[in-house]
Design a protein around this ligand. Structure first.
Ligand code: 3EB
Length: 330
């Protein structure tokens, strides 16, 4: 008997996301590395398209966020988009200069995103991150986050069905960078978007939050059971309203309740997921005020001992929201 050539099918896609204290150069040696992220402003200039520098300052020297797949990864760059793929998954990153007109920048970025996906084998976006400057600058519908939502929808250029919405994060750089950073994970096989029963679907947010409701799902469950549940940026929103105005600890607890609710929902479809946040739930924690970062870190150490976290200085897209958390869960 002979074994068939090993071509991992999408059904067997495996992705492992963790935080590692290791030199970037060592991590980049790994042929199964899909992406590596460093945080902060000390630009680790390496010539490898799998590396992304996220310009949000961490509380303490942050580990790397490391994404690995169960397959040899190919990587490169085309049309200004850095890509890497393997195991039925593709990671892509796109950075544009922010001219100040974030609506136009977002429209350009998302038109390129959409064009890329339409020509790609990896056509199903599972998870998207957006990092932009001055996210809550501007009043009313001129607020940059609202303009960003308008530009994103214009760039995508077609109605999206709820069943195709990816999980997402949109966070403001606390310091001006002049850059709009977009990166995503896509797959050959669609996943299942999940909503939070405590929250109105973001795509149904009422008009008071802007002319264009944001198109994302609260979480996404990939088709392969060898992949983590992908949790969107999660804030202290219940229904559609921000809770606990300017109260950090209460907001943090509301966020954790929202995350736990998503995990519980996901387990009805995938009971093998662990029932609670734990060692395999690496979190990224975005905190509006730099001075509050140690407190958030201490509260999380108390509430969630053993849960890996990276605490970052980043702005949530509503001024009254002090903290947002995203991550994944196995
Ligand atoms: C919220 O719950 C917080 O516009 O892509 C979270 C995740 C938020 C993604 C996005 C916005 C986005 O509405 C904001």
């Amino acid at each position: 008997m002979f074994a068939p050539a090993s071509t991992p099918t999408a059904a067997l896609s495996a992705l492992c996301i963790d935080y590692r204290d290791a030199p970037l150069a060592d991590v980049l040696q790994d042929p199964q590395l899909l992406a590596a992220f460093s945080f902060g402003h000390e630009a680790a200039r390496v010539d490898d398209t799998r590396h992304v520098q996220v310009t949000l300052t961490p509380l303490t020297a942050a580990p790397l966020e490391v994404w690995r797949v169960n397959d040899h990864v190919q990587h490169g760059q085309r049309d200004g988009i850095a890509f890497s793929h393997g195991s039925g998954l593709q990671f892509c990153a796109l950075e544009l200069a922010d001219t100040g007109d974030i609506e136009t920048v977002a429209a350009e970025a998302y038109a390129r995103f959409e064009a890329w996906l339409s020509e790609s084998l990896y056509a199903r976006p599972l998870r998207i991150w957006n990092y932009l400057d001055a996210i809550t600058e501007g009043e009313g519908d001129a607020e940059r986050y609202r303009r960003f939502c308008v530009g994103r929808a214009r760039g995508i250029g077609r109605a999206q069905h709820p069943h195709e919405l990816p999980a997402a994060t949109a966070i403001g750089h606390a310091q001006r960078s002049g850059r709009f950073q977009l990166y995503w994970l896509a797959a050959t096989t669609p996943g299942t978007p999940l909503e939070n029963p405590r929250q109105v679907q973001a795509w149904r947010y009422p008009r008071q939050y802007g002319p264009q409701a944001p198109g994302f799902a609260r979480a996404l469950l990939p088709a392969s059971s060898n992949m983590p549940l992908l949790l969107s940026g999660t804030a202290a929103v219940v229904g559609h309203a921000s809770q606990h105005d300017h109260q950090l600890e209460a907001q943090l607890d509301e966020v954790l309740t929202n995350l736990q609710t998503l995990i519980s929902s996901a387990r009805t479809q995938r009971p093998a997921l662990s029932p609670a946040l734990g060692q395999r739930t690496p979190l990224k924690v975005y905190v509006r005020d730099a001075a509050a970062m140690p407190q958030v870190d201490a509260l999380l150490a108390q509430r969630l001992p053993g849960v890996p976290r990276i605490v970052l200085h980043g702005h949530v897209c509503r001024r009254e929201l002090l903290v947002e958390i995203d991550g994944c869960h196995v």
